[in-house]
Design a protein around this ligand. Structure first.
Ligand SMILES: *[C@@H]1O[C@H](CO)[C@@H](O)[C@H](O)[C@H]1NC(C)=O
Ligand SMILES: *[C@@H]1O[C@H](CO)[C@@H](O)[C@H](O)[C@H]1NC(C)=O
Length: 392
């Protein structure tokens, strides 16, 4: 596409520091709707970005599009689906023909990414081997890095008040459940398509389900019997169905992707639960990424009233029923001092029951998605840096 080449050139000339910072931090993505992130808003090329997004360029060329047209991809990219039955015949490992690109952009994109991964995987291993002695001697440094929408420019109260007061947030149907500490319920966080896409991620055989980690060890505190899907593999990180959830979260919290942990899903079948626990450790406040300042828990299935599965905040006398497409967003830290954990954020997932109070029986599964947000950059931080204090 020749016109795109020109756009890249124009962008390179106009490139502002913000955009550069944003590209570096976001590995090619920008928070949706950020005016200083490429051609979307303010770049003067919104119409072109929109047109590309409508013609499936976000799927065809995500690297370029997410960097320069993030907003357009968010608005229009979701409409691209593989409608054509011939997509089933696209063979893995083979290049897609131009016709196939037109009919099956998602699949062709996935296959291309897979081929590239295999190719680059080979190269990287070689490089690493050559420099391995140096890498070993390097000591891990935990450095706190600020990111767009993080605690340095948006306080906890500001973030929640913005949701409560903004027109744009109304479509998510927010209801304030608590102002101290802040908890907001969204009647409609995800569209039916977004729920369906996330449920497809949950069933994708490339992403395994594992028993959820026992945070409370053998003690009753934090004990859980659920299963989790950790979206940490390269495939899952690149999966646009999962990425869309991050884009929604970015729009609501204003926090750039670098502050998001990778998405996790959690599944509770009949009889399973997660006892009272916190989402952040008391000493995370001084670590490089800081606390998990917010949790967004979105429900991907409905458990009917009376069959349990509610998210309960026992210290606030609050429960939230799992309803498909809805969500709850809360803070785990104190609004007046986000270095400190808020002990009232303790919560539990009540057991899913197979019998209600009237003795009626039913088998229900609670499927939910967790997103955790930090006040500072968390992606690409070495695991040690979750606990080690910043600056060491
Ligand atoms: C979310 O998107 C809307 C436009 O769709 C925008 O007006 C709003 O500022 C965005 N929210 C944040 C926090 O960036
Ligand atoms: C908890 O909430 C329920 C209903 O929402 C109410 O009936 C009850 O009195 C409350 N308990 C306390 C201790 O506030």
């Amino acid at each position: 596409m020749r016109s795109r080449g020109l756009a890249v050139l124009a962008l390179a000339l106009e490139c502002c520091q913000q955009a550069l910072r944003c590209q570096a931090e976001d590995e090619g993505t920008c928070p949706a709707g950020s005016p200083d992130c490429g051609l979307g808003e303010g770049g003067g090329d919104e119409a072109r970005c929109d047109a590309w997004a409508r013609s499936c360029e976000c799927q065809l060329d995500p690297e370029f599009m997410l960097r320069h047209c993030a907003q357009s991809c968010r608005l229009h990219g979701g409409h691209c689906v593989d409608k054509d039955a011939s997509c089933q015949r696209v063979a893995l490992g083979k290049r897609c023909t131009p016709d196939q690109w037109g009919a099956c952009p998602k699949l062709c994109k996935l296959h291309r990414a897979e081929r590239r991964r295999i190719r680059e995987g080979g190269k990287k291993t070689k490089k690493k081997l050559e420099g391995s002695s140096q890498i070993k001697e390097e000591k891990v440094k935990c450095v706190r890095k600020e990111t767009r929408g993080g605690l340095q420019d948006t306080s906890v109260a500001t973030m929640f008040e913005r949701i409560e007061q903004s027109e744009w947030a109304k479509k998510y149907e927010p209801t304030v459940l608590s102002r101290d500490p802040w908890i907001i319920h969204f009647g409609r966080l995800l569209t039916e398509q977004e729920v369906a896409d996330l449920r497809a991620v949950a069933e994708d055989s490339r992403y395994p389900w594992v028993p959820s980690a026992l945070e409370g060890g053998q003690s009753a505190e934090g004990h859980r019997t659920s299963e989790s899907l950790l979206c940490t593999s390269g495939d899952c990180q690149r999966d646009l169905r999962a990425r869309q959830a991050h884009l929604v979260a970015m729009n609501i919290t204003g926090l750039g992707l670098p502050a998001h942990e990778f998405l996790q899903m959690v599944r509770y079948r009949s009889g399973t639960y997660h006892n009272e626990h916190f989402d952040t450790d008391e000493d995370f406040g001084s670590s490089a990424p800081g606390h998990r300042i917010y949790t967004m828990l979105a429900y991907l299935s409905t458990v009917p009233d009376g069959f349990g599965g509610e998210t309960s905040f026992p210290r606030l006398n609050l429960t939230v029923p799992p309803k498909r497409g809805s969500a709850v967003l809360w803070t785990n830290v104190r609004a007046d001092n986000p270095r400190k954990r808020d002990s009232r954020a303790k919560h539990a997932s009540l057991p899913v029951r197979s019998t209600n109070a009237r003795g009626e029986r039913g088998e229900f599964t609670k499927l939910a998605m967790n997103l955790w947000f930090h006040g500072y950059v968390v992606r690409n931080q070495p695991p040690e840096c979750f606990t080690a204090p910043a600056g060491y």
